[in-house]
Write a protein that binds this ligand. Structure first.
Ligand code: AMP
Ligand code: FES
Ligand code: ZN
Ligand code: ZN
Length: 307
């Protein structure tokens, strides 16, 4: 296996591109893919202040690394979710990376700053923790960015993540979610723009990127996400990709180019009908209190919250 660029020994092959790369040229390839995604979807420009949501996992650390090398002024935000045996370790990985590169990292701790943790939220809602977790992350990424004057929030969602979410949305014809599934969600009243610059790169590529760049990331997956539907969708998509390399990319990029516009009207209408939460000022469609403030209220009254 030889590098497509220099013909030296390759360290990774990417079947959907029908190409293999040596370490250096693979890093260049990843930068080019991020540049292309940013440009194609007009995600941001170099003068803007970028907040990268960093979990300590491979994707978000690689994203921070790539954006910094592409000369974006990117600061990190880590959210402590209060998950035993997982959150502490992911924070250590995030801090170690930030200090090794001299980057500014902000930390928000859900338990200390908002009065509840994800395990408590999951027990009061009697639902899978990922629902309360996703809601809290979206809320806090946005409110932190808005309150601190960032122009854009970048997350480490990669091609595999987007393909799995898309498959889930299509299987249930969630037209509202399909309208909101896009690598760029524009700035709107109360919302800071959200972007996914890793949309052109897969999970395996991000792991290889971290190894090549010497980035020590949290390898363990979240223990609370076990049995999560998306993990099953990823397996199905990997089997498809194995048979026909490029299937995932065709699925996701075909959706973005040709199908998303068919669903975006309902998302636009929803945005136009947003009100402001009476407690925190965040945008909401659900009445006087936003979903995050309601969750916080319920969690505060739960016996577990006092523990
Ligand atoms: P996940 O929802 O866990 O698949 O994560 C998707 C993206 O959300 C990651 O790539 C990060 O950008 C961001 N993210 C997830 N967990 C955290 C966290 N605890 N703190 C900050 N950002 C996070
Ligand atoms: Fe959200 Fe595990 S990271 S439930
Ligand atoms: Zn090479
Ligand atoms: Zn609120």
């Amino acid at each position: 296996m030889k590098c497509r660029v220099c013909r030296g020994p390759a360290v990774i092959d990417i079947r959907r591109h029908n190409a293999a790369f040596c370490g250096d040229h693979f890093v260049t390839h990843c930068r080019e893919q991020v540049k292309r995604a940013v440009h194609e979807h007009k995600m941001m420009d170099p003068a803007e202040r970028v907040l990268v949501a960093v979990s300590g996992g491979k994707d978000s650390l690689a994203l921070w690394d790539l954006l910094t090398d592409l000369e974006y002024a990117a600061e990190g935000l880590y959210l402590g979710l209060g998950i035993d045996g997982y959150s502490d370790e992911s924070l250590q990985h995030t801090r170690a990376y930030a200090s090794s590169r001299g980057l500014k990292l902000h930390e928000v701790d859900l338990g200390q700053d908002d009065g509840f943790t994800i395990p408590v939220a999951a027990s009061v809602t009697h639902r899978a923790p990922c629902g309360a977790c996703g809601l809290s992350k979206r809320h806090l990424f946005n409110s932190f960015a808005r309150d601190h004057g960032y122009d854009v929030v970048a997350t480490g969602h990669n091609l595999d993540d987007e393909a799995a979410v898309l498959l889930g949305n299509v299987l249930r014809w969630e037209t509202g979610y399909l309208g909101r599934q896009h690598p760029v969600l524009p700035t709107a009243l109360g919302f800071v723009r959200k972007v996914k610059p890793l949309i052109r790169l897969g999970e395996r590529e991000m792991a290889a990127y971290c190894v090549i760049r010497g980035i020590d990331y949290q390898v363990e997956e979240c223990p609370m996400a076990e049995g999560n539907r998306h993990l099953g969708y990823k397996e199905v998509l990997n089997a498809l990709e194995d048979r026909s390399p490029g299937a995932k990319a065709a699925f996701v990029f075909g959706f973005i180019d040709r199908a998303h516009p068919l669903f975006s009207t309902s998302a636009d209408e929803e945005r136009a009908a947003l009100g402001a939460c009476e407690s925190c000022g965040s945008p909401t469609t659900t009445g006087s209190l936003c979903a995050f403030c309601r969750l916080q209220e319920r969690a505060a009254s739960a016996p577990e919250a006092a523990e």
